[in-house]
Design a binder for this molecule. Sequence first.
Ligand code: SAM
Length: 184
Amino acid sequence: MNRAIAKTVRKFEVLASKILPLSRIYMYPYQHIVQREIELADVEPGAQVLQIGAGSVPYTALYLAGMGDFYVTALDIDPVAVKCAEGWVQRMGYSDRVRVMYTGGNDYSLEDIAAAFIALQVEPKEEVMDYLMDQGQQGLKIIVREPSERYASQYDPIPDKWVPVSRIYQGMSTFTYSNLYIKA
Ligand SMILES: C[S@@+](CC[C@H](N)C(=O)[O-])C[C@H]1O[C@@H](n2cnc3c(N)ncnc32)[C@H](O)[C@@H]1O
């Protein structure tokens, strides 16, 4: 599969992680996106949450910590992204609220995790969601960005077998909705 967007974003995020003013401009449009996801998740401030797919500029994790008042563990399977992200989080002054780990979204202890926020580019979504639904505590909230029809070929789809309990309109070109799933 040719994921041209993912390749471009990867390169750009590595660069932006070294230049704080650039990363601030880059992350700004996502502030309202993450705010809506925090409202959708409806999790208590102070909770421990996962962000799966940190990238080199883990802005979602940082907004979750800053606006949701959560303790965030951000995961990535790309060692370069993890190294860049660790430095960026430190320089942004969030080391006490966000930790970055080199591991996949289907290979992490879910004890005490209240919610998991899955990035658009995470693959394979089915494996990651199956793991969360299987291993997560009862009531675990899972928030997933759903690829738009236009860019469907660029992202792994959310499997049809998982039916969202709610969703919120985001209106981005690459993803239209953020969906909420809850472990029964
Ligand atoms: C470009 S980033 C976008 C995230 C963005 N920086 C944010 O804060 O929302 C997407 C990342 O997801 C990671 N990724 C893809 N599949 C993954 C998986 N199964 N588990 C963890 N990370 C994954 C990729 O390595 C990539 O770094």
